[in-house]
Design a protein around this ligand. Structure first.
Ligand code: HPA
Length: 271
């Protein structure tokens, strides 16, 4: 993997005149709008970047954006990769390894998720303060490269506490409903049955989604502090479960997006 990372980094550096990013951002389903706040210097399509997996989803654009946000140099992944698309865990987290090799010191992640907590409603935001990984494997499975990180990384605090507190402060000051809670990551792509939503709540989840945890594990492996936030796009409450469609998820994410963007943008300027 080291060779592949070097090759990809070299390609990117040549095309971005040695742009040195401080912050990496992964934008989730329906949440690509933060990019409009970035003063974009360069954009590279995943399909042109050597070794990059390409997004198979028509609603994820698949573009790596290089620019400045609130005075900070950022790289944003507009369109993320999911395990359910058929890629390996190593492939979907490859861009995080590349961003680290390009110099990022912080990682910000967003996603669309279903609420499991009856007090967390559709359209609310949830800062992730912990997770449960129910995807079938870890992105760290396989031989460990000790230059990247330890064989058995600690996961006692995978989400940066200071950023969690700051996000909740910003939300409060701006009258934005923003909870904090535990994100459960599943493979998907099907949504959950009533019995599964019930089970996920019982085991301690506040929200469920199909992403984020692999990227967070890899960031922790490389000692990058992480902030992650979910937009709750549907309610997985078994007593009164309503059918959900992708269109609805995207629409709810789009409507809540300005609130999330505001929080991310404030956090990034406060770093
Ligand atoms: N379950 C899993 N993933 C999701 C959901 C959900 O209810 N909503 C958005 N992503």
């Amino acid at each position: 993997m080291y060779q592949d990372i070097q090759e990809t980094v070299q390609y990117i550096k040549q095309r971005t005149t040695n742009f040195e990013p401080e912050i990496g951002i992964v934008l989730g389903t329906g949440l690509g709008g933060l990019v409009t706040d970035i003063e974009v210097e360069f954009g590279l399509m995943y399909s042109n970047i050597p070794n990059f997996p390409i997004s198979t989803l028509e609603f994820h654009s698949g573009k790596l954006i290089f620019g400045t946000l609130n005075g900070k140099k950022v790289i944003a992944m507009q369109g993320r990769l999911h395990y359910y698309e058929g890629y390996s865990m190593q492939q979907i987290t490859f861009p995080i390894r590349v961003m680290k090799a390009l110099g990022i010191q912080w990682l910000f992640v967003s996603n669309a998720a279903g609420s499991l907590n009856p007090a967390f409603k559709k359209g609310d935001l949830m800062v992730i303060n912990d997770h449960i990984n129910l995807q079938p494997e870890s992105p760290l499975r396989g031989r460990n490269d000790a230059n990247m990180g330890p064989r058995f990384p600690d996961m006692s605090a995978p989400y940066n506490k200071r950023l969690i507190e700051k996000a909740l402060e910003v939300a409060k000051a701006n009258d934005i409903t923003c909870h904090q809670g535990v994100y459960v990551s599943v493979t998907g792509p099907n949504l959950e049955t009533k019995a599964e939503y019930k089970y996920l709540r019982i085991i301690g989840g506040d929200a469920v989604g199909m992403s984020t945890v692999p990227e967070v594990i890899v960031a922790n492996h490389m000692s990058i502090p992480v902030f992650a936030i979910s937009v709750l796009t549907d309610e997985g409450f078994p007593e009164d479960l309503q059918p959900t469609s992708l269109e609805e998820i995207i629409e709810t994410a789009k409507n809540a997006e300005p609130k999330m963007t505001h929080i991310l943008s404030q956090l990034i300027s406060a770093i």
